[in-house]
Write a protein that binds this ligand. Structure first.
Ligand code: FAD
Length: 716
């Protein structure tokens, strides 16, 4: 892979930002782009994709995307995008373009693909590269005729006036590689345009006062902008993978195509949503011509259409992810669920080998649920098998039974388990991390190996009847008596409490007057067979007992069962829920991957119907996007060695979106089959359980509060 040095990328990004800032000051009159263009030429930024003597591009795609993104933050009118696309196509196809001119590409009449109908982003171009009509991949140079504006006045279109006689047989593969690059750069443009206006809106809502307070204090405004931020963060993750695939050496055309379709499909609607949210946050001022918000909206509307709207690219993504993809059996339920890393990290031989070995292992180690076996016990047996095979605790320290590898391996395990249609990956991550960080050496060596091996089942005893979202309100008490604690109280909604060997328990150890509620809480390891513990299963919305009430009546625990110091319970709880909000830490990527593959298999012959293709393509995109986001997060965590914090709320909101979209989509796709019981009735249960995704681990509204206040800095 061609690594783009971070400092080099930041340097070029900084240059583009300076040009963009000058552009913003110059206003948006018709000729503003002239000076910007000149500045881009002088900085060498128009040459980023021209070929070196060995025909490699002068700069990586990640750099070109960064420059495009920076200029789009101010909706700069310089037609750099069209020019870079033409340079890319000329380089790939061996076409020589006149030096010192601005070029562009011609698209078809829907602006979805390279074509010969309209010159695109043509404010300055004198020639455009167009596709010959024969569909063989022949590219010709045409002159650009009359120009017209689009909804975005900075993005002109032009007639293709006629061939110059130049051109080349570029070939179908070259056109495909070009499309991957073009979709990615248009997506970068949309991300920049949305980020620029969202930042402005965040500044505005902190200054604009109504009802005596900044409008950014209102929860409705906070949630609007927090949701927009999540959409933009996901777009950034997807863009990272799309440029990485383009910069991979050797290029894997399938991975470049797939990642470009994901980022284009996602930015299409999500980024328009972001700008619409910003317009709403500005109020009436955004509806004026003078205010810049509409320019951003115009830009992203044109970007959504250009190089393929979601309805165009989602079915293409489905085609790029064949049901018999990979080396798993085509008939296995999850075969065909995509992955975020394959092909993108092609040169990472260790990771590629790991993936291959795991695939082989999964083929050879199927598991069947025994008749009358509880689902939780079945999952535990699967966990034990996986652990024995060496596939659990990849990113955990070796001394406690882990493998000491990077978090990216956890993503690969999730993806491959999902792809094989195997049962969910184990949910060890979130439960054990607090013990790893806060536990004594004795506690770590006693509990972590059993947790990772799947021998010990753990549950989380946090919520109580009077303490849900307001977790600090717990009233279960742990009273110190010499070298032991006596604990009494009640827990509720404790997942799998009836199967658990141990509970990570929160209890109040102090309620001194004037002390903030969250200060007097401590965390304990509670053996579930302790005298005084009573577990009562609750029948859930699915019809099964997913969670329990736990009654604690004078339960005695030795002081050595306390985790950390007395009063450390709150940060321990917050760390636990932060990990719980990551899809790889709870094994949800594997669960969604398997579900998606199974769904594709179930629709069978109907897979060719346009509406079915559209829905399956959309769900494939959402699932892949989540994988990309999770992997980006784990890479960051690996690099900074930071423990997860409020940023995990972004992951939780995304995970919820994918979970609920996938299962609501399944009901639409399966129709009466999912409602009439029988084989497919299980999908109805899964749909019901997906409704819990926006409640457990901290509700959707709580996540949006955290994002707004702790990530975006809006007032408490
Ligand atoms: C399937 C499932 C499994 C669970 N597993 C566990 C487990 O293993 N261990 C455990 O300890 N707990 C578990 N829980 C409990 C879960 O953490 C709580 O349900 C959750 O924190 C919400 O609390 P609550 O149900 O009391 O809702 P409430 O806090 O009463 O909230 C009700 C509504 O009000 C909204 N709301 C509350 N406060 C605010 C606010 N400040 N701003 C905006 N809106 C707000 C909420 O979003 C929600 O829509 C589980 C829950 C479910 C559904």
């Amino acid at each position: 892979m061609t690594a783009v040095a971070d400092d080099e990328l930041e340097l070029v990004r900084g240059t583009a930002r300076q040009i963009a800032q000058r552009c913003a000051k110059a206003g948006h009159d018709a000729d503003a782009h002239v000076t910007c263009w000149q500045a881009l030429v002088e900085a060498g930024l128009t040459e980023l994709r021209e070929g070196e003597p060995d025909n490699t591009p002068a700069a990586p795609a990640a750099m070109a995307a960064a420059v495009v993104e920076e200029l789009a933050r101010v909706v700069c009118g310089a037609p750099l995008l069209g020019h870079l696309l033409a340079a890319e196509l000329a380089r790939l196809g061996g076409v020589v373009l006149p030096a010192g001119e601005a070029w562009t590409v011609a698209l078809d009449d829907t602006w979805s693909r390279l074509g010969n109908a309209v010159g695109w982003d043509a404010a300055r171009a004198t020639v455009a590269l167009a596709l010959d009509g024969a569909g063989t991949g022949g590219v010709s140079v045409v002159t650009v005729g009359d120009r017209d504006v689009t909804a975005d006045p900075t993005r002109r279109i032009a007639t293709c006036a006629g061939p110059t006689g130049q051109g080349a047989e570029a070939g179908i593969d070259t056109i495909a590689a070009f499309h991957a690059f073009a979709r990615t750069l248009v997506a970068a443009d949309a991300v920049g345009a949305a980020a620029g206006v969202l930042d402005a809106a965040l500044g505005y809502v902190q200054e604009r006062v109504q009802f005596g307070v900044p409008v950014g204090s209102f929860q409705a405004v906070q949630h609007l902008l927090a949701e927009a931020f999540v959409r933009l963060e996901a777009a950034r993750s997807s863009l990272t993978f799309a440029t990485r695939a383009l910069d991979a050496t050797p290029l894997d055309p399938a991975a470049a195509t797939r990642t470009s379709l994901v980022v284009k499909g996602w930015t299409g609607d999500a980024v328009v949503d972001v700008v619409e949210a910003a317009v709403q946050a500005f109020g009436g001022i955004a509806i004026t011509w003078e205010h810049p918000a509409h320019r951003h909206l115009r830009r992203v509307l044109v970007d959504r259409q250009s190089l393929g709207a979601p309805a165009t690219v989602d079915p293409l993504l489905l085609d790029a992810t064949p049901l018999d993809a990979g080396s798993t059996d085509a008939g296995s339920p999850g075969a065909g669920s995509p992955d975020a890393t394959e092909g993108v990290t092609a040169d990472d031989t260790e990771l590629a080998r790991f993936r291959r070995d795991l695939r082989r292992w999964l083929r050879e180690h199927g598991i069947e649920r025994r008749e009358d076996e509880e689902h939780a016990r079945f999952l535990q047996r699967w966990h034990q098998e996986l652990a024995a095979g060496g596939w659990v605790g990849l990113s955990w320290p070796q001394e406690y039974g882990g493998h000491g590898l990077s978090g990216v391996y956890e993503v690969v395990v999730n993806e491959e388990i999902g792809r094989a249609g195997a049962p969910d990956a184990p949910r060890v991550g979130y439960m054990g991390r607090a013990l790893l960080t806060w536990g004594s050496e004795q506690q770590r060596t006693r509990y972590l190996p059993g947790l990772l091996r799947g021998d010990d089942y753990w549950c989380q005893g946090f919520s109580e009847p009077g303490a849900g979202s307001d977790l600090a309100n717990i009233s279960t008490r742990a009273v110190r008596d010499g070298d032991r604690y006596v604990i009494s109280g009640q827990k509720v909604w404790t997942s799998y409490g009836e199967f658990a060997d141990f509970c990570l328990l929160l209890a109040r150890t102090s309620s001194a007057a004037g002390q903030p509620k969250h200060k007097g809480i401590s965390a304990f390891v509670l053996p579930m067979d302790s005298p005084g513990v009573e577990v009562r299963p609750i029948r859930a919305i699915t019809g099964h007992s997913e969670f329990c009430e736990i009654f604690l009546d004078d339960v005695e625990l030795g002081a050595e069962q306390r985790i950390g110091a007395e009063g450390d319970g709150w940060p321990i709880a917050m760390m636990t829920v932060s990990y719980e909000r990551g899809a790889a830490d709870v094994g949800y990527l594997s669960k969604f991957g398997a579900a998606l593959g199974e769904l594709r298999r179930l629709v069978g012959k109907r897979a060719d119907e346009p509406t079915v293709r559209l829905e399956l393509g959309r769900l494939t995109r959402l699932y892949t996007l989540l994988g990309q986001h999770v992997e980006r997060r784990l890479e960051d965590r690996q690099r900074t060695q930071a423990v997860p914090g409020p940023e995990m709320s972004v992951d939780k909101v995304l995970m919820t979106l994918v979970d609920q979209s996938l299962h609501a989509g399944a009901l639409r796709l399966l129709g009466p089959g999912a409602l009439a019981g029988g084989d497919r009735g299980e999908w109805l249960e899964r749909y019901f359980y997906s409704r819990a995704a926006s409640i457990y681990g901290g509700s959707q509204q709580i996540q949006l509060n955290i994002i707004a206040q702790r990530l975006l800095g809006l007032p408490h």
